[in-house]
Design a protein around this ligand. Structure first.
Ligand code: PSU
Ligand code: MN
Length: 314
């Protein structure tokens, strides 16, 4: 698939649109951005590549167009060709890029995958309003000592993109994560449930701040956010399908063990989330990965419906 540079974007970030995404933009079709840290740091090869392709197919099946984001050869790619996606999935030296890292990866030409924060920046620069991921980063347990709070929360506070996630990973401190989102003015909407979901589990035990059941209702919210000034994102918390969930009480012991392993080994900073995810994968003998794949696909389908509803809402 050949790729084209958007001449209009030359004053901004060096965006490089895939042919499929460029066509979708020209035709005004619904687009859904996808992150790539989940590919390079969230899942083992070859499941990462397989999942990335399935998630893209899920979005197409809903009538929208997927735009997977990554930094490659000094360009911020919006949509990846099959070969480029494969190259990213096989890369062993990819930089995990959050807001602080994105310019570094682009300026040095390094291969970089984008977190929720960096993908929101890219989506906004490309005019894409809806983005699907697994779970957002948040306030880590023990953050009162470590100060480890994901830049995802700051990005949600400043960048007007709708993020569809299965809540936040239960390895985080979820009550503190919800507090920060509220303080920073981010609407948190649970889709089809009253509970705030906890990634692998449908119910974190915490109530969601708000509930909406229809993509059209969410689209109206997005329009109203824009009408109020256009700052900041919206978090749609979409629970993993019941058939795929691992209940919270089953996950609790596994998560505690993985968090303790990370602490014992002195894992800090950017390595914390990838380390804990892979420890949980080992401890659940791969079951956590099947759940992770199911929830990402579920989020992609909802995001595609929201993107279509957003375009249809005047
Ligand atoms: N959800 C997953 N796997 C992941 C992540 C989320 O299922 O790998 C990534 C996302 O890219 C998210 C990042 O933005 O973890 C958060 O990292 P940190 O806590 O370092 O900001
Ligand atoms: Mn962190």
């Amino acid at each position: 698939m050949s790729q084209t540079t958007d001449r209009n974007a030359l004053a901004g970030p060096p965006l490089l649109f895939s042919e499929e995404v460029a066509d979708a933009r020209a035709q005004g079709r619904p687009l859904v951005a996808l992150e790539s840290t989940i590919i390079t740091h969230g899942m083992p090869w070859p499941k990462n590549a397989e999942t990335a392709r399935m998630v893209e197919a899920d979005i197409r099946a809903e009538g929208a167009v997927p735009a997977t984001v990554a930094a490659l050869d000094g360009k911020l790619h919006i949509g990846l060709s099959e070969g480029t996606l494969e190259r990213l999935a096989e890369a062993t030296d990819a930089m995990k890029c959050s807001r602080a890292d994105l310019a570094i990866a682009l300026a040095t030409g390094r291969t970089g995958s984008t977190t929720v924060a960096a993908t929101m920046m890219a989506a906004h620069a490309a005019g894409i309003a809806v983005f699907a991921t697994g779970g957002i980063g948040g306030v880590h347990r023990g953050a009162e000592a470590s100060f480890d709070v994901s830049a995802d929360l700051d990005e949600l506070a400043r960048t007007p993109v709708c993020v569809v996630a299965a809540g936040a990973k239960a390895l985080l401190d979820l009550p503190k994560t919800l507090e920060v989102l509220e303080t920073r003015g981010v609407p948190v909407i649970a889709h089809g449930t009253d509970a705030f979901p906890a990634f692998w589990s449908r119910d974190s035990g915490l109530p969601a701040p708000f509930r909406m059941d229809e993509p059209h209702a969410i689209a109206r919210l997005l329009h109203m956010r824009r009408a109020l000034g256009g700052h900041g994102g919206v978090l749609i918390a979409n629970p993993v399908p019941e058939a795929d969930e691992i209940p919270a009480d089953e996950m609790a012991a596994v998560i505690d063990k993985a968090v303790q392993m990370a602490a014992r080994r002195g894992i800090a900073g950017k390595q914390v989330t990838p380390f804990i995810l892979s420890a949980i994968y080992e401890l659940t003998q791969g079951r956590s990965l099947a759940t992770n794949i199911a929830l990402v696909r579920n989020n992609a389908r909802l995001a595609a419906r929201i993107a279509a509803a957003d375009l249809a809402t005047g």
